[in-house]
Design a binder for this molecule. Structure first.
Ligand SMILES: NC(=O)C1=CN([C@@H]2O[C@H](COP(=O)(O)OP(=O)(O)OC[C@H]3O[C@@H](n4cnc5c(N)ncnc54)[C@H](O)[C@@H]3O)[C@@H](O)[C@H]2O)C=CC1
Ligand SMILES: O=C(O)C(=O)Cc1ccc(O)cc1
Length: 308
């Protein structure tokens, strides 16, 4: 599919892409570059690529597909390191959990003649680093493409085919819509997990060990999410600020109304909400998705179906 794939950053997502490239023969040569020598050495030990470079420019030179796989806050600085070495006609993409900010950071560095097609695989775990990757990560998961003007349809089609070969279902949308949808289905839920685990750990009457010992399944799920990479998630919140604050505002209002229902013994309000949310989960399962599928509908004015 590609002659030379350059992966810039080789953590969970970069290494999972590398394993797919090898398993499905998506590129004749996979060039890997990352910031630290120790990470590059580990990638080489794992046999993730065909060549390994400490200089990003050396990895992207001659590449027809470059995928940036670094925390979103580093996107601009890292792109500046290799932009001059990009070949005309190359497709430049990324995997960042935020699209608007990443596009704003990367675009000014990209020379005319390369095709910029940002992407976001909605697939991951709480683990990070090159050892965390696995080939099945993207299978039956969504990958969202957010092409920017001037859109090259052939480049979009090629990147779509790449992600489909990794097992993903591909959807195209604007960066703004992506950031709003992801704020409610991914970013705010992570913030809630970080917050509730922090609150539990801070309780003076509940020691840290009791939090671990008595974790029932619901709280256990929160602890898994709250174990996610601190650098990555700090960057997500700093770079999707507006959408997250908008969704948090709605969330707080809805939480206040639940608090009120509990205070005033309004069982009907609680029962009604829990009945609606149960139906949503069952709809998700019936649709064959055991993880939340974003609401790709537009124009409803309510990107959080069933919230509140
Ligand atoms: N972890 C997840 O579940 C998912 C993450 N993403 C996105 O994928 C991107 C990468 O995330 P992961 O692979 O999980 O992270 P990771 O922490 O496993 O790997 C990040 C990689 O980037 C390198 N790196 C960090 N700062 C750098 C810099 N300034 N210059 C060069 N290399 C640098 C690290 O050495 C490492 O190789 C992020 O933008 C994240 O938002 C997207 C979907 C899921
Ligand atoms: O581990 C989980 O449950 C996740 O939610 C993984 C994840 C994290 C970040 C993304 O941008 C997409 C997927």
């Amino acid at each position: 599919m590609f002659e030379r794939l350059a992966l810039v950053g080789i953590g969970l997502i970069g290494s999972s892409i590398a394993l797919n490239a090898k398993a499905h023969r998506l590129a004749r040569h996979v060039a890997i570059t990352t910031r630290r020598q120790s990470t590059l050495d580990r990638a080489a030990e794992l046999g993730l690529g065909d060549s390994y470079h400490m200089e990003a420019a050396d990895a992207v030179r001659g590449a027809d597909l470059v995928i940036l796989c670094v925390p979103v806050g580093s996107s601009g600085a890292v792109t500046a390191e290799f932009a001059d070495a990009l070949s005309p006609g190359a497709i430049v993409s990324d995997v960042g959990s935020v699209k608007g900010s990443v596009i704003a950071q990367m675009r000014p560095h990209l020379p005319p003649g390369v095709h910029f097609v940002p992407a976001h695989p909605l697939a991951g775990t709480e683990h990070s680093g090159p050892d965390a990757g696995f080939e099945a990560l993207f299978r039956n998961r969504w990958c969202i493409l957010t092409p920017v003007e001037p859109i090259d349809e052939a480049a979009v089609a090629k990147l779509r085919a790449f992600w489909e070969a990794c097992g993903s279902n591909v959807e195209v949308m604007t960066p703004e819509h992506h950031d709003l949808v992801l704020a409610i289905v991914s970013h705010v839920p992570h913030l809630i997990a970080y917050n509730i685990v922090g609150t539990a750990a801070d309780l003076e009457t509940v020691t840290q060990s009791e939090v671990v010992k008595f974790s029932a399944s619901g709280f256990r799920d929160f602890t898994r999410i709250a174990a996610s990479d601190p650098t990555m998630w700090r960057d997500v919140f700093l770079h999707n600020r507006e959408a997250v604050l908008e969704m948090l505002g709605r969330f707080s209002e809805d939480l206040a109304s639940l608090q009120r229902a509990i205070r005033w013994g309004d069982g009907e309000a609680l029962f009604d909400l829990f009945t609606r949310t149960r139906a949503i989960r069952r709809g998700v399962i019936e649709a064959g998705q055991d993880t939340a599928k974003p609401d790709f509908g537009r124009g409803t004015g309510d990107p959080a179906p069933g919230a509140g």
